[in-house]
Design a protein around this ligand. Sequence first.
Ligand SMILES: [Zn+2]
Length: 238
Amino acid sequence: MIFFLSVMSFLALRGYRAPKNTVELSPPLKHGKYIVINGGSRPMINAHFNGSAQSYAIDIVGLNSFGMRASSIGGGENLSDYVIYGKPVYSPCVGKVLVVVDEFDDLTPPQKDIENIAGNHILIGFDEKEVLLAHFKKGSIKVKAGDFVDTNTMLGEVGNTGNTSEPHLHMHMEQGGKPDTILNGKPIPFTINGNFLIRGSILDHYRFCALREGSPLLGLGAGEGKCTKPIMVEYIIN
Ligand SMILES: [Zn+2]
């Protein structure tokens, strides 16, 4: 049993390492605290890791101050109970919007739409690659095909459309598939602020802080007062 667990841990740990040739992206969520529930390069820590275009995809949910994903135990049917539901999503790259789909109703958990798996989604072309962001809230998408976006462009809000068991943000990068389609082409691994995200990675914006000592704190959740120790990154991932 111990041997078995050791092998399992070893295999899981291998999925924690960043693959070669990762592409750097910006955080798609800018305020609040989030956890990656699928991510990495092993199937046991990333349900997407199956050799398809979405193999290096991440799924992200929000965390409240109690470390819970929703205000009710187990989540329940009320979408607004989920911390991430309705949170603004920003473009993770400078690029051009290739596809926008915003037609599917938000589903009541745990209903899923397995025919339209990405639900409402946005595909962004970037450096001859494509980034897919999926499961947007119906009617929330602010961009259209042909728009140029940068990392300050608000794309829309996290929703619960497509193949999703609860509100979350799905993101992956792919290359060389049929143009303007999803789940096509070669999976491309990526980092966010230099971090290869795996299951359990925390994206914490609450520590967003002023770069100069003594200047006011910036960022939601940072609280009152002054920065006594400057933090040189704007987004902490651990
Ligand atoms: Zn996903």
